[in-house]
Design a protein around this ligand. Structure first.
Ligand code: R5P
Length: 287
């Protein structure tokens, strides 16, 4: 086996190769003057089980991934596995109006052509994986997030999901920490008022970890944090797998939360956790 890093996932690819005790290929990247992308894999992949690691967000990284697959298939490889740590367009998994694409399907069709196995991390909805025919696994980084939060001083007293969709994530983290969990419930009071609060727990005087799969605009976490602080919460730590952080999000979050932490599925200044271990375990199960 050999791990081939994409430019968006260099750190995770390196950790993965280390955990699996397999070589990491050198890849040279550059852009032509017209901004078209060029890469060259500097290792012989002939006869290898090649593992390509590349987050497919933003769009330019999808193009790079397609070129990685093509370059790898040229050798020829024994098999090709795609590790897509953050799968872009996974939230657009439905047609909300006539004339729209099912974007997560369109991306699946493009990026999995020529790929034998697929591994994703905390994909927004595992239903997206139904568009791929090969062997696949979606792993969770919530265990790694819990391990990180265990060392957070002054400690986490309660884990809260910003909505019921992420409650199972909060549950996983809370159970690993041995604390209670809850989710933020939105209740419409009247035509103008929406009340948002933890469904059952009081957070007064407690340090809270808000746990989600993605932080994008930061709106969900900022709103939840403001509510929790207004209810007397102590520290609020925002922890997610994928730190997308759309323009301006991090600034807003830094003003509101006491700590923001994410994994290396998207490398950024809040990345402090690697998803390499669950990905390595999934890979072992797929061969
Ligand atoms: C929603 O279903 C997701 O789990 C996240 O809560 C959401 O994507 C966060 O988005 P934003 O940061 O833009 O509020």
């Amino acid at each position: 086996m050999i791990v081939v890093p994409g430019s968006a996932s260099g750190a995770l690819a390196k950790s993965l190769a280390h955990h699996m005790a397999v070589p990491l290929a050198e890849v040279a990247h550059r852009r032509f003057p017209d901004d078209e992308y060029h890469l060259r894999i500097g290792a012989d992949l002939s006869g290898e089980d090649a593992v390509l690691v590349q987050t497919t967000w933003p769009d330019r990284n999808i193009v790079e991934f397609l070129l990685m697959v093509d370059a790898a298939r040229e050798f020829p490889v024994k098999s090709l596995t795609a590790v897509v740590p953050y799968y872009g367009y996974a939230r657009q998994d439905k047609k909300f109006a006539s004339g729209e694409p099912i974007s997560s399907r369109a991306i699946a069709r493009a990026i999995t052509a020529g790929v034998d196995r697929l591994v994703t991390v905390d994909i927004h909805d595992t239903l997206t994986l139904k568009w791929f025919d090969g062997k696949m696994a979606n792993v969770s980084a919530m265990g790694q997030i819990a391990a990180y939060l265990k060392n957070y001083k002054p400690g986490i007293d309660v884990v809260i999901a910003p909505d019921d969709g992420s409650m199972y994530r909060a549950k996983t983290v809370a159970e690993a920490l041995g604390v209670e969990f809850d989710f933020m419930e939105k209740k419409r009071i009247d035509g103008h008022t929406v009340e948002i609060k933890p469904k059952k727990l009081s957070v007064s005087g407690k340090n809270v970890a808000l746990v989600d799969d993605i932080i994008s605009t930061g709106g969900t976490i900022v709103q939840s944090t403001n509510v929790l602080k207004a209810q007397g919460a102590g520290k609020v730590v925002a922890a997610c797998t994928h730190g997308v952080f759309a323009a301006g999000a991090l600034q807003k979050l830094k003003v509101t939360c006491d700590l923001i932490v994410s994994t290396d599925t998207i490398e950024n200044e809040t990345t402090a956790i690697t998803a390499a271990v669950p990905v390595a375990e999934a890979l072992k199960g797929l061969y």
